[in-house]
Ligand binder design. Structure first.
Ligand SMILES: C[S@@+](CC[C@H](N)C(=O)[O-])C[C@H]1O[C@@H](n2cnc3c(N)ncnc32)[C@H](O)[C@@H]1O
Length: 241
């Protein structure tokens, strides 16, 4: 069993920690995702792909694609004549994605790093990232890389977990998120680390306003932040000028 050590300030440290964690939970990830989000995750992913502006025949990139759930939503939108590239640095998460997407030849899955995307400038119509900005070692750089590889007029979209603002709902949600979720996660994967990391990483993450600031710093325009289900999930959208 992998032993989880809290990542230190070194970016390499965080990357190694995150990769090992996702490699170890890959086979249970989808089920837990659905259970822990109370079945809302698919709806959020569809919203994010809708906001990306992708259409039939388009070219989409899904950064940190994990088990391919967001890439699948992209594939359904672009159809068989489109192209979807899913990129992740966890071999085990990609193995699950390969099984999921076997019937969608328009999807290519590659092992790579979100911080140095292996594509020329202006390659895609849209780039998405789902529940993963929190996990990368350098958030502004990841957004800048996504903006670089999207064509002018294309969109960059981030779907991320957030925290509700309404006081009563926030307290109730925090109780679930900080106390119950780690217990359920432990039952699901058989160890403590990953589902303690999840609430800790959300609580320590940038505010939606800060993420909008990073989108702006990457040269994206018309930045919008949607708060879904009272802010449990947020979707940032920006357009390359
Ligand atoms: C919470 S999962 C999200 C997976 C998927 N996007 C989804 O919607 O379910 C986070 C993913 O980010 C990947 N990841 C984190 N940092 C990365 C990096 N620098 N480059 C590539 N993938 C990364 C992890 O391997 C993991 O698969």
């Amino acid at each position: 069993m992998v032993e989880y050590k809290k990542p230190g300030p070194d970016p390499q440290d965080k990357a190694a920690y995150v990769r090992a964690m996702f490699n170890s939970i890959a086979r249970r990830y989808d089920l837990l995702n659905t259970v822990l989000s109370l079945g809302r995750d698919r709806r959020w992913r569809r919203f994010a792909v809708g906001a990306s502006g992708l259409t039939r025949g388009g070219r989409g990139l899904d950064v940190a694609c994990g088990t391919g759930m967001l890439a699948l939503e992209q594939a359904l939108v672009v159809g068989p004549r489109g192209l979807v590239v899913g990129l992740d640095f966890s071999g085990e998460m990609l193995a699950v994605a390969r099984r999921r997407l076997a019937a969608h030849p328009q999807v290519r899955l590659i092992c790579g790093d979100a911080l140095t995307l292996p594509f020329p400038d202006d390659t895609f119509d849209a780039a998405t990232i789902g529940f993963a900005l929190r996990n990368v070692a350098d958030v502004p750089r990841t957004i800048a890389e996504m903006a670089r590889v999207v064509r002018p007029g294309g969109r960059v979209v981030s779907l991320e977990l957030g925290l509700p603002r309404a006081p009563f709902f926030r307290q109730t949600y925090l109780l679930y998120f900080k106390r119950l979720l780690p217990l359920l996660g432990r039952l699901g994967v058989g160890c403590d680390g990953p589902y303690r990391y999840l609430p800790a990483s959300v609580l320590a993450f940038y505010t939606p306003e800060e993420i909008s600031g990073f989108f702006g710093a990457a040269g994206l325009k018309g930045i919008v932040c949607y708060r879904l289900d009272l802010g449990i999930a947020t979707v940032h959208v920006g357009t390359k000028g």
